[in-house]
Design a protein around this ligand. Structure first.
Ligand SMILES: Nc1nc2c(c(=O)[nH]1)N[C@H]1C(S)=C(S)[C@@H](COP(=O)(O)O)O[C@H]1N2
Ligand SMILES: [Mo]
Length: 160
């Protein structure tokens, strides 16, 4: 039996959690975003809002940055929380099933209306795929997104 992927949320929170697919699906409906294509026509699936996730763990007021960690390919971003809080979400389901790796699953962080890549702390590159760990921090954390156009082009080259 394969082990079930979980979304770990730690750091400056009252109650760290490890959320399974079933637990995400059971999050209150006010925090569910059914059919994200309504928000970005190029994206598919169902999500839980970042507000919903932070409500579950009880984000402490000192948490100012959100770390997005993907161990699968060692990709990490640390972004300011406040500007994304009301619009970001985590896609976890497609056609009633866990989101496939092909689609950035099992957990894919997404900010609609992102800035162009490597132009800003909150850019398209911060839409981290294969997220296994979200971490709230008071100060900026580890971030290995590409810094310039060449690095970014090389990253995309590796993915094709
Ligand atoms: N885990 C992980 N997430 C990632 C990346 C990556 O290499 N690994 N690339 C980022 C970059 S640079 C971009 S532009 C977007 C692209 O997302 P898309 O393939 O869904 O369009 O994913 C981001 N998320
Ligand atoms: Mo990117």
């Amino acid at each position: 039996m394969t082990h079930e992927p979980k979304l770990r949320i730690t750091g400056e929170v009252v109650q760290p959690r490890e959320l399974s697919f079933d637990e995400l699906a059971a999050v209150a409906s006010e925090f569910q975003l059914i059919d994200v294509s309504r928000i970005d026509s190029k994206r598919q699936g169902d999500a839980v809002t970042l507000v919903g996730l932070l409500t579950l763990v009880g984000a402490k007021p000192m948490s100012k940055y959100l770390g997005l960690h993907a161990a699968t390919d060692n990709f990490h971003a640390s972004i300011p929380l406040e500007p994304v809080l009301q619009r970001a979400f985590v896609i976890y389901r497609l056609d009633g099933q866990p989101l496939s790796v092909k689609n950035g699953g099992p957990f894919r962080f997404f900010i609609p209306d992102f800035a162009a890549c490597h132009t800003h702390e909150i850019d398209e590159c911060a839409n981290v795929k294969f997220v296994d760990h979200m971490e709230l921090t008071a100060d900026i954390g580890f971030d290995n997104r590409p810094h310039d156009g060449d690095e970014h082009a090389a990253l995309h080259e590796r993915q094709t």
